[in-house]
Design a protein. Structure first.
Length: 463
């Protein structure tokens, strides 16, 4: 039976106030504080098809929740003109947003925040879940590495929750609420989200010292931060009156695009897409946090599937009676080249390199976690400790030692082969000459920097 391998509880990713036509639930949520707060579906007596929502226009709901005052400044007008001159760009980002907006609006409404905040990913990432900035900010909310850690967004070998739709949305709204409480203004909260709270405080202190106001429009800000709120207000204007700017908004029902599934046993991504009958690309845009081809139960993960295909997945899963995952993970005990590590682990070297994204010529450092195929010797699911703490560190092997040059007039010893004989049939004189030539070449190469080593890259985050 399937349940020998896994028990998967389906969750409608919906929250809010029943009195407004939204859904709510008193069902306890998962121990993960960021697990979706929503009604659960019991597979023994319920079906995904029983989950439904009012299907009025989501754009109307967003407009009804606007609370911020338009700036009507030259910067806002400039941003509106910029967007209206690029309808194709706006349409692409609007189309991408259709997968995520219902969930974000639900969460924004549940916190009584202005629905303008739900439009912020248009400014941050154009709703591209794979967006990565030059400063290593990731996901639709563009969390930097350190800020992600501050908000308990896991970043390891298996997943990067800065790209997770549910986790990053919850963290971003937590962050924005904290900033709004600190500064007493959504405009200043947004500026701090972009530039950092410490920088906004310093700018306010400078204004106070000069006897100037400390509101958003009065502060001296970098160009990006100065344009940040006007960009959001420009999207607000377009959502309010798209026809005035030649923009056609995609039709969005007030209905969940996706359903979340709790995972109780490891399962391959390829199997999920097969049973849900969706292309890998669709799975990826809904589940961009997964770095590997297996989804871990130990990581308390959820899978997001398109609303209609979640029911297909449910039905196909009931009929599936084979193992759910074909991958596990091991920790490397010593620093080795990939070829050596593959022999030690008993796996194909190309598989080990490809599945772990290891470039040729690199060594795997001791203590690293690598993904390997399951075998009879390694049949189990990945442990909680490994799921939460896995890391992969690589480096280049050190360059070979440079032979010492022989002193002038001193006869160099012949170069020995690996079998202990002289190299080829060359005479000692020729061998010494070849040794000197090779030595000189390596020395020049080292001097010119052509023999390179690499170190692991660290990342720090400041918002």
């Amino acid at each position: 039976m399937l349940w020998k391998y896994a028990a998967i509880a389906l969750i409608a990713v919906l929250s809010g106030c029943a009195s407004t036509g939204d859904w709510s639930s008193d069902t306890p949520t998962k121990t993960n504080p960021r697990a979706s707060k929503a009604t659960r579906v019991n597979l023994n007596n319920q079906s995904v098809s029983k989950i439904y929502a009012p299907s009025s226009n989501l754009w109307l709901r967003i407009r009804d929740g606007f609370q911020m005052e338009p700036m009507n400044s030259p910067l806002e007008i400039e941003q509106v003109r910029w967007l209206s001159a690029r309808p194709d760009y706006v349409h692409r980002s609007m189309a991408r947003s259709s997968r995520y907006l219902f969930y974000i609006v639900q969460e924004v409404n549940a916190r009584n925040m202005p629905t303008e905040i739900a439009l912020l990913p248009f400014v941050e990432s154009a709703f591209n879940p794979q967006a990565k900035s030059g400063a290593k900010a990731m996901g639709i909310w563009q969390f930097m590495p350190a800020t992600g850690k501050d908000f308990q967004l896991t970043q390891n070998v298996f997943r990067d929750e800065r790209r997770d739709v549910l986790q990053s949305t919850d963290a971003a709204l937590d962050y924005l609420q904290r900033l709004n409480n600190q500064f007493g203004s959504w405009e200043l909260a947004l500026a701090a989200y972009n530039w950092g709270a410490g920088n906004i405080l310093k700018a306010q202190k400078r204004n106070l010292a000069a006897g100037r106001p400390t509101d958003y429009e009065s502060l001296q800000l970098p160009k990006e931060t100065r344009n940040y709120v006007p960009k959001l207000m420009a999207y607000r204007q377009i959502v309010l009156d798209p026809e005035a700017y030649g923009i056609v908004l995609p039709e969005l029902e007030n209905h969940p695009y996706f359903v979340a599934l709790d995972v109780n046993n490891d399962i391959d991504v390829s199997l999920v897409t097969k049973l849900a009958e969706i292309p890998p690309e669709e799975f990826q845009v809904l589940n961009p946090s997964f770095n590997k081809p297996v989804i871990l139960a130990a990581a308390n993960q959820q899978i997001l599937l398109p609303f209609g295909h979640a029911e297909l997945f449910q039905e196909n899963l009931k009929k599936y009676n084979k193992p759910l995952s074909s991958w596990t993970a091991v920790q490397v005990s010593k620093t080795e080249l990939v070829d050596q590590a593959a022999k030690t682990l008993g796996v194909d070297v190309d598989t080990l390199r490809e599945i772990n994204g290891i470039p040729k010529g690199m060594r795997i450092r001791a203590g690293s976690t690598v993904i390997v195929p399951k075998t009879s010797r390694r049949p189990g699911d990945i442990s909680v400790a490994m799921a939460d703490n896995a890391s992969l560190s690589l480096d280049k092997p050190p360059p070979p030692p440079v032979p010492k040059k022989c002193a002038k007039g001193v006869k160099c010893p012949p170069v020995k082969s690996s079998k202990g004989g002289t190299k080829g049939n060359s005479s000692p004189k020729n061998a010494a000459s070849q040794h000197k030539s090779a030595s000189t070449g390596l020395a020049k190469s080292a001097k010119n920097g052509s023999v390179k080593t690499s170190s692991t890259q660290g990342a720090s985050k400041i918002q």
